[in-house]
Design a protein around this ligand. Sequence first.
Ligand code: SOE
Length: 380
Amino acid sequence: MIGHGFMGAAHSQGWRVAPRFFDLPLDPAMQVVVGRDPGRTAEAAATWGWLEAATDWREVIRRDDIDLIDIVTPGDTHAEIAIAALRAGKHVLCEKPLANTVAEAEAMAAAAEDAARAGVRSMVGFTYRRVPATTFARRLVAEGRIGEVRQVRAEYLQDWLADENAPLTWRLNKDIAGSGSLGDIGAHAVDLTEFITGQTVDRVSGILETLVAERPVMAEGVGLSGTAGAERGAVTVDDLALFTGRLSGGALASFEATRFRTGRKNALRIEISGSRGALAFDLERMNELEFYDATLPESEQGFRRIFVTEPSHPYADRWWPTGHMLGYEHGFSHQVVDLVTAIAERTDPAPSFADGLHVQRVLDAVERSSAADGAWQTTR
Ligand code: SOE
Protein backbone atom coordinates (compact mmCIF):
# COMPACT_ATOMS: atom_id res chain seq x y z
CA MET A 1 0.00 0.00 0.00
CA ILE A 2 1.44 3.37 -1.04
CA GLY A 3 0.35 6.09 1.42
CA HIS A 4 -0.93 5.76 4.97
CA GLY A 5 -3.24 8.66 5.82
CA PHE A 6 -6.97 8.45 6.49
CA MET A 7 -7.56 6.30 3.39
CA GLY A 8 -4.58 4.12 4.28
CA ALA A 9 -6.21 3.31 7.61
CA ALA A 10 -9.54 2.53 5.90
CA HIS A 11 -7.93 0.30 3.27
CA SER A 12 -5.83 -1.49 5.87
CA GLN A 13 -9.00 -2.28 7.77
CA GLY A 14 -10.48 -3.72 4.57
CA TRP A 15 -7.46 -5.90 3.83
CA ARG A 16 -7.27 -7.16 7.39
CA VAL A 17 -10.94 -7.90 7.99
CA ALA A 18 -12.23 -9.13 4.60
CA PRO A 19 -10.40 -12.48 4.63
CA ARG A 20 -11.71 -13.21 8.12
CA PHE A 21 -15.39 -12.72 7.28
CA PHE A 22 -15.50 -13.79 3.63
CA ASP A 23 -14.17 -16.96 2.00
CA LEU A 24 -11.73 -15.36 -0.37
CA PRO A 25 -10.34 -17.42 -3.23
CA LEU A 26 -6.86 -15.99 -2.53
CA ASP A 27 -5.16 -15.11 0.72
CA PRO A 28 -3.94 -11.49 0.73
CA ALA A 29 -0.83 -10.75 2.80
CA MET A 30 -0.40 -7.17 4.05
CA GLN A 31 3.26 -7.06 3.13
CA VAL A 32 4.58 -3.51 2.97
CA VAL A 33 3.35 0.04 3.47
CA VAL A 34 5.20 2.90 1.77
CA GLY A 35 5.46 6.53 2.93
CA ARG A 36 7.85 9.45 2.66
CA ASP A 37 8.71 9.74 6.35
CA PRO A 38 10.43 6.60 7.72
CA GLY A 39 9.28 7.13 11.32
CA ARG A 40 5.64 7.80 10.49
CA THR A 41 5.55 4.97 7.96
CA ALA A 42 6.97 2.49 10.50
CA GLU A 43 4.34 3.66 12.98
CA ALA A 44 1.60 3.17 10.38
CA ALA A 45 2.88 -0.34 9.60
CA ALA A 46 2.79 -1.28 13.28
CA THR A 47 -0.62 0.31 13.88
CA TRP A 48 -2.40 -1.05 10.82
CA GLY A 49 -0.75 -4.45 10.63
CA TRP A 50 1.66 -4.28 7.68
CA LEU A 51 4.73 -6.52 7.92
CA GLU A 52 7.20 -3.95 6.61
CA ALA A 53 7.58 -0.19 6.12
CA ALA A 54 9.43 1.32 3.15
CA THR A 55 10.07 4.79 1.70
CA ASP A 56 10.72 4.08 -1.98
CA TRP A 57 7.60 3.02 -3.91
CA ARG A 58 9.63 2.34 -7.08
CA GLU A 59 11.68 -0.25 -5.27
CA VAL A 60 8.55 -1.90 -3.89
CA ILE A 61 6.98 -2.06 -7.34
CA ARG A 62 10.06 -3.91 -8.61
CA ARG A 63 9.77 -6.64 -5.98
CA ASP A 64 8.83 -10.15 -7.14
CA ASP A 65 6.95 -10.95 -3.94
CA ILE A 66 4.48 -8.08 -4.46
CA ASP A 67 1.42 -8.88 -6.62
CA LEU A 68 -0.82 -5.90 -5.98
CA ILE A 69 -0.33 -2.18 -5.32
CA ASP A 70 -2.96 -0.25 -3.37
CA ILE A 71 -2.62 3.52 -3.98
CA VAL A 72 -3.98 5.76 -1.21
CA THR A 73 -1.89 8.89 -1.85
CA PRO A 74 -3.28 12.28 -2.96
CA GLY A 75 -4.34 12.55 -6.62
CA ASP A 76 -1.15 14.19 -7.96
CA THR A 77 0.78 10.92 -7.60
CA HIS A 78 -1.85 8.42 -8.80
CA ALA A 79 -0.94 8.38 -12.50
CA GLU A 80 2.81 7.91 -12.06
CA ILE A 81 2.48 5.16 -9.47
CA ALA A 82 -0.41 3.31 -11.11
CA ILE A 83 1.13 3.28 -14.59
CA ALA A 84 4.50 2.09 -13.24
CA ALA A 85 2.80 -0.63 -11.20
CA LEU A 86 0.66 -1.86 -14.11
CA ARG A 87 3.68 -1.94 -16.40
CA ALA A 88 5.50 -4.00 -13.78
CA GLY A 89 2.62 -6.51 -13.93
CA LYS A 90 1.06 -5.63 -10.56
CA HIS A 91 -2.69 -5.48 -10.03
CA VAL A 92 -3.70 -1.97 -8.91
CA LEU A 93 -6.36 -0.58 -6.60
CA CYS A 94 -6.35 3.23 -6.83
CA GLU A 95 -8.27 5.68 -4.64
CA LYS A 96 -10.76 8.07 -6.19
CA PRO A 97 -10.83 10.37 -8.04
CA LEU A 98 -8.69 8.37 -10.45
CA ALA A 99 -6.40 11.31 -11.24
CA ASN A 100 -6.15 15.09 -11.19
CA THR A 101 -6.64 15.64 -14.91
CA VAL A 102 -8.33 13.95 -17.87
CA ALA A 103 -4.93 13.52 -19.56
CA GLU A 104 -3.57 11.59 -16.56
CA ALA A 105 -6.71 9.50 -16.32
CA GLU A 106 -6.52 8.69 -20.04
CA ALA A 107 -2.94 7.50 -19.66
CA MET A 108 -3.98 5.37 -16.68
CA ALA A 109 -6.95 3.84 -18.49
CA ALA A 110 -4.74 3.05 -21.49
CA ALA A 111 -2.13 1.40 -19.24
CA ALA A 112 -4.92 -0.57 -17.53
CA GLU A 113 -6.26 -1.78 -20.86
CA ASP A 114 -2.77 -2.95 -21.95
CA ALA A 115 -2.21 -4.65 -18.60
CA ALA A 116 -5.61 -6.39 -18.72
CA ARG A 117 -4.50 -8.20 -21.89
CA ALA A 118 -1.80 -9.81 -19.76
CA GLY A 119 -4.28 -10.65 -16.98
CA VAL A 120 -3.32 -7.69 -14.75
CA ARG A 121 -6.40 -6.15 -13.07
CA SER A 122 -7.18 -2.63 -11.93
CA MET A 123 -9.94 -0.97 -9.97
CA VAL A 124 -10.74 2.54 -8.75
CA GLY A 125 -11.93 2.95 -5.16
CA PHE A 126 -15.47 4.31 -5.37
CA THR A 127 -16.28 2.46 -2.17
CA TYR A 128 -19.85 3.69 -1.69
CA ARG A 129 -20.94 1.36 -4.48
CA ARG A 130 -20.29 -1.37 -1.96
CA VAL A 131 -22.62 -0.22 0.78
CA PRO A 132 -25.31 -2.97 0.86
CA ALA A 133 -28.11 -0.38 0.44
CA THR A 134 -26.60 1.20 -2.70
CA THR A 135 -25.86 -2.19 -4.29
CA PHE A 136 -29.42 -3.21 -3.47
CA ALA A 137 -30.74 0.05 -4.99
CA ARG A 138 -28.93 -0.75 -8.24
CA ARG A 139 -30.52 -4.19 -8.22
CA LEU A 140 -34.03 -2.73 -7.77
CA VAL A 141 -33.51 -0.24 -10.62
CA ALA A 142 -32.17 -2.99 -12.91
CA GLU A 143 -35.20 -5.15 -12.08
CA GLY A 144 -37.47 -2.29 -13.19
CA ARG A 145 -38.96 -1.77 -9.72
CA ILE A 146 -39.04 2.01 -10.15
CA GLY A 147 -39.73 1.88 -13.88
CA GLU A 148 -38.07 4.36 -16.18
CA VAL A 149 -35.70 6.74 -14.38
CA ARG A 150 -37.00 10.29 -14.80
CA GLN A 151 -35.10 12.43 -12.30
CA VAL A 152 -32.07 12.07 -10.05
CA ARG A 153 -30.99 14.32 -7.23
CA ALA A 154 -27.51 13.52 -5.93
CA GLU A 155 -25.69 15.52 -3.29
CA TYR A 156 -22.67 15.06 -1.09
CA LEU A 157 -22.69 17.44 1.87
CA GLN A 158 -20.04 17.79 4.59
CA ASP A 159 -19.19 20.72 6.87
CA TRP A 160 -15.56 20.35 7.87
CA LEU A 161 -14.63 23.56 5.98
CA ALA A 162 -17.55 25.65 7.25
CA ASP A 163 -15.21 27.26 9.81
CA GLU A 164 -13.25 29.81 7.76
CA ASN A 165 -10.26 29.27 10.04
CA ALA A 166 -10.10 25.54 9.41
CA PRO A 167 -6.53 24.95 8.20
CA LEU A 168 -5.36 24.72 4.62
CA THR A 169 -5.05 20.99 4.02
CA TRP A 170 -3.67 19.44 0.83
CA ARG A 171 -7.30 18.93 -0.21
CA LEU A 172 -7.47 22.73 -0.77
CA ASN A 173 -4.45 22.77 -3.08
CA LYS A 174 -5.29 22.28 -6.76
CA ASP A 175 -1.77 21.03 -7.61
CA ILE A 176 -2.14 18.17 -5.14
CA ALA A 177 -5.88 17.46 -5.06
CA GLY A 178 -6.88 18.39 -8.63
CA SER A 179 -10.08 20.11 -7.51
CA GLY A 180 -12.02 20.78 -4.32
CA SER A 181 -15.50 19.59 -3.38
CA LEU A 182 -16.00 18.67 -7.02
CA GLY A 183 -13.41 15.86 -7.16
CA ASP A 184 -13.22 14.98 -3.49
CA ILE A 185 -16.90 14.29 -2.94
CA GLY A 186 -18.79 15.32 -6.09
CA ALA A 187 -16.99 12.43 -7.83
CA HIS A 188 -18.76 10.02 -5.45
CA ALA A 189 -22.15 11.56 -6.30
CA VAL A 190 -21.47 11.12 -10.01
CA ASP A 191 -20.22 7.55 -9.64
CA LEU A 192 -23.11 6.52 -7.41
CA THR A 193 -25.64 8.00 -9.83
CA GLU A 194 -24.11 6.07 -12.72
CA PHE A 195 -23.81 2.90 -10.64
CA ILE A 196 -27.40 2.87 -9.37
CA THR A 197 -29.11 4.01 -12.58
CA GLY A 198 -26.84 2.05 -14.94
CA GLN A 199 -26.62 5.21 -17.06
CA THR A 200 -23.82 7.67 -17.77
CA VAL A 201 -23.73 11.44 -17.31
CA ASP A 202 -23.31 12.62 -20.89
CA ARG A 203 -23.59 16.42 -20.66
CA VAL A 204 -23.33 18.90 -17.82
CA SER A 205 -23.97 22.51 -16.99
CA GLY A 206 -22.50 23.78 -13.76
CA ILE A 207 -20.97 26.39 -11.55
CA LEU A 208 -18.05 26.21 -9.13
CA GLU A 209 -17.37 28.71 -6.38
CA THR A 210 -14.63 29.27 -3.82
CA LEU A 211 -16.25 30.62 -0.67
CA VAL A 212 -13.15 31.23 1.49
CA ALA A 213 -10.14 32.40 -0.52
CA GLU A 214 -7.45 32.19 2.20
CA ARG A 215 -6.92 30.02 5.24
CA PRO A 216 -4.29 29.52 7.92
CA VAL A 217 -1.62 27.11 6.78
CA MET A 218 -1.36 23.84 8.67
CA ALA A 219 0.94 24.09 11.69
CA GLU A 220 0.80 20.46 12.69
CA GLY A 221 -0.75 17.31 11.35
CA VAL A 222 -2.11 16.47 7.93
CA GLY A 223 -5.46 15.80 6.33
CA LEU A 224 -8.67 16.55 8.15
CA SER A 225 -7.23 16.71 11.66
CA GLY A 226 -4.39 19.27 11.42
CA THR A 227 -4.10 22.45 13.49
CA ALA A 228 -3.90 26.01 12.14
CA GLY A 229 -0.73 28.15 12.23
CA ALA A 230 -0.40 31.97 12.06
CA GLU A 231 0.54 32.27 8.37
CA ARG A 232 -2.24 32.30 5.74
CA GLY A 233 -2.29 30.77 2.28
CA ALA A 234 -4.53 30.70 -0.77
CA VAL A 235 -7.27 28.14 -1.37
CA THR A 236 -6.86 27.14 -5.03
CA VAL A 237 -9.87 24.83 -5.43
CA ASP A 238 -13.65 25.09 -5.54
CA ASP A 239 -15.59 24.99 -2.28
CA LEU A 240 -19.00 24.48 -3.84
CA ALA A 241 -19.97 22.59 -6.97
CA LEU A 242 -23.51 22.76 -8.37
CA PHE A 243 -24.31 21.12 -11.65
CA THR A 244 -27.01 19.57 -13.78
CA GLY A 245 -26.38 16.44 -15.82
CA ARG A 246 -28.18 14.82 -18.73
CA LEU A 247 -28.11 11.04 -18.33
CA SER A 248 -27.68 8.64 -21.23
CA GLY A 249 -31.28 7.43 -20.76
CA GLY A 250 -32.54 11.00 -21.14
CA ALA A 251 -33.31 11.91 -17.52
CA LEU A 252 -31.98 15.05 -15.83
CA ALA A 253 -29.90 14.82 -12.68
CA SER A 254 -28.93 17.58 -10.25
CA PHE A 255 -25.67 17.39 -8.34
CA GLU A 256 -24.37 19.33 -5.37
CA ALA A 257 -21.05 18.90 -3.58
CA THR A 258 -19.90 21.05 -0.69
CA ARG A 259 -17.83 20.77 2.45
CA PHE A 260 -19.54 23.91 3.81
CA ARG A 261 -23.03 22.58 4.55
CA THR A 262 -23.23 23.39 8.25
CA GLY A 263 -24.53 20.43 10.22
CA ARG A 264 -24.19 17.84 7.46
CA LYS A 265 -21.29 15.58 8.32
CA ASN A 266 -21.16 12.95 5.62
CA ALA A 267 -24.46 13.23 3.80
CA LEU A 268 -24.07 11.50 0.47
CA ARG A 269 -27.69 11.42 -0.60
CA ILE A 270 -29.33 10.25 -3.73
CA GLU A 271 -32.98 10.25 -4.70
CA ILE A 272 -34.09 8.57 -7.90
CA SER A 273 -37.62 9.02 -9.22
CA GLY A 274 -39.03 6.69 -11.81
CA SER A 275 -42.27 6.03 -13.63
CA ARG A 276 -43.26 3.22 -11.22
CA GLY A 277 -41.55 4.22 -7.97
CA ALA A 278 -38.67 5.98 -6.26
CA LEU A 279 -35.61 5.27 -4.12
CA ALA A 280 -33.74 7.42 -1.63
CA PHE A 281 -30.44 6.76 0.17
CA ASP A 282 -28.54 8.84 2.73
CA LEU A 283 -25.06 7.76 3.83
CA GLU A 284 -25.73 9.18 7.31
CA ARG A 285 -28.36 6.41 7.57
CA MET A 286 -26.44 3.91 5.53
CA ASN A 287 -28.25 0.76 6.64
CA GLU A 288 -31.53 2.04 5.22
CA LEU A 289 -33.01 2.41 1.78
CA GLU A 290 -36.26 4.25 1.20
CA PHE A 291 -38.48 2.69 -1.46
CA TYR A 292 -41.74 4.05 -2.86
CA ASP A 293 -43.72 1.59 -4.93
CA ALA A 294 -46.17 3.50 -7.11
CA THR A 295 -47.71 0.24 -8.36
CA LEU A 296 -49.34 -0.44 -4.99
CA PRO A 297 -52.98 0.62 -4.45
CA GLU A 298 -53.04 4.37 -3.80
CA SER A 299 -54.21 3.82 -0.22
CA GLU A 300 -51.04 1.78 0.54
CA GLN A 301 -48.47 3.97 -1.13
CA GLY A 302 -45.83 5.86 0.82
CA PHE A 303 -42.07 5.69 1.22
CA ARG A 304 -41.11 2.70 3.29
CA ARG A 305 -37.81 2.17 4.99
CA ILE A 306 -36.05 -1.06 4.14
CA PHE A 307 -33.54 -2.00 6.81
CA VAL A 308 -30.80 -3.41 4.59
CA THR A 309 -29.41 -5.97 7.03
CA GLU A 310 -31.07 -9.19 5.86
CA PRO A 311 -28.95 -12.13 4.69
CA SER A 312 -30.61 -11.71 1.28
CA HIS A 313 -29.16 -8.20 0.96
CA PRO A 314 -25.82 -7.68 -0.83
CA TYR A 315 -22.75 -8.58 1.27
CA ALA A 316 -24.86 -8.75 4.46
CA ASP A 317 -24.94 -12.52 4.99
CA ARG A 318 -21.23 -12.66 5.89
CA TRP A 319 -21.47 -10.22 8.76
CA TRP A 320 -23.92 -10.10 11.67
CA PRO A 321 -27.40 -11.50 12.29
CA THR A 322 -30.39 -9.61 10.81
CA GLY A 323 -30.75 -6.09 12.18
CA HIS A 324 -27.09 -5.68 13.20
CA MET A 325 -25.84 -2.70 11.27
CA LEU A 326 -22.74 -2.13 9.19
CA GLY A 327 -20.63 1.06 9.09
CA TYR A 328 -18.34 3.21 6.97
CA GLU A 329 -15.47 0.72 7.07
CA HIS A 330 -17.37 -2.27 5.71
CA GLY A 331 -17.35 -0.90 2.15
CA PHE A 332 -13.56 -1.21 2.19
CA SER A 333 -13.84 -4.91 3.04
CA HIS A 334 -16.37 -5.42 0.26
CA GLN A 335 -13.98 -3.67 -2.11
CA VAL A 336 -11.25 -6.18 -1.18
CA VAL A 337 -13.67 -9.09 -1.64
CA ASP A 338 -14.71 -7.96 -5.11
CA LEU A 339 -11.18 -7.16 -6.24
CA VAL A 340 -9.61 -10.38 -4.97
CA THR A 341 -12.46 -12.43 -6.42
CA ALA A 342 -12.02 -10.80 -9.82
CA ILE A 343 -8.27 -11.45 -9.74
CA ALA A 344 -8.84 -15.12 -8.87
CA GLU A 345 -11.59 -15.52 -11.47
CA ARG A 346 -9.57 -13.68 -14.13
CA THR A 347 -12.31 -11.12 -14.77
CA ASP A 348 -12.09 -7.32 -14.86
CA PRO A 349 -13.35 -5.73 -11.65
CA ALA A 350 -15.58 -2.63 -11.55
CA PRO A 351 -15.32 0.28 -11.31
CA SER A 352 -12.53 0.05 -13.88
CA PHE A 353 -9.99 2.73 -14.72
CA ALA A 354 -12.18 3.42 -17.78
CA ASP A 355 -15.07 4.14 -15.37
CA GLY A 356 -12.73 6.37 -13.34
CA LEU A 357 -11.71 8.17 -16.54
CA HIS A 358 -15.36 8.79 -17.38
CA VAL A 359 -15.97 10.38 -13.94
CA GLN A 360 -12.85 12.50 -14.54
CA ARG A 361 -14.37 13.70 -17.82
CA VAL A 362 -17.55 14.67 -16.00
CA LEU A 363 -15.52 16.68 -13.46
CA ASP A 364 -13.58 18.33 -16.26
CA ALA A 365 -16.78 19.17 -18.13
CA VAL A 366 -18.17 20.84 -14.99
CA GLU A 367 -15.01 22.95 -14.73
CA ARG A 368 -15.29 23.93 -18.40
CA SER A 369 -18.97 24.74 -17.98
CA SER A 370 -18.32 26.89 -14.94
CA ALA A 371 -15.62 28.80 -16.84
CA ALA A 372 -18.14 29.30 -19.69
CA ASP A 373 -20.82 30.71 -17.42
CA GLY A 374 -22.76 27.49 -17.17
CA ALA A 375 -22.80 26.56 -20.88
CA TRP A 376 -23.54 22.85 -21.48
CA GLN A 377 -20.46 20.70 -22.06
CA THR A 378 -20.17 17.14 -23.24
CA THR A 379 -18.39 14.51 -21.12
CA ARG A 380 -17.12 12.45 -24.05
C1 SOE B 1 -13.15 14.09 2.77
O1 SOE B 1 -14.04 14.99 2.24
C2 SOE B 1 -13.50 12.62 2.50
O2 SOE B 1 -12.61 11.86 3.22
C3 SOE B 1 -13.38 12.22 1.02
O3 SOE B 1 -12.07 12.42 0.54
C4 SOE B 1 -13.77 10.77 0.86
O4 SOE B 1 -13.72 10.37 -0.48
C5 SOE B 1 -15.18 10.57 1.41
O5 SOE B 1 -15.47 9.20 1.35
C6 SOE B 1 -15.28 11.04 2.83
O6 SOE B 1 -14.83 12.37 2.94
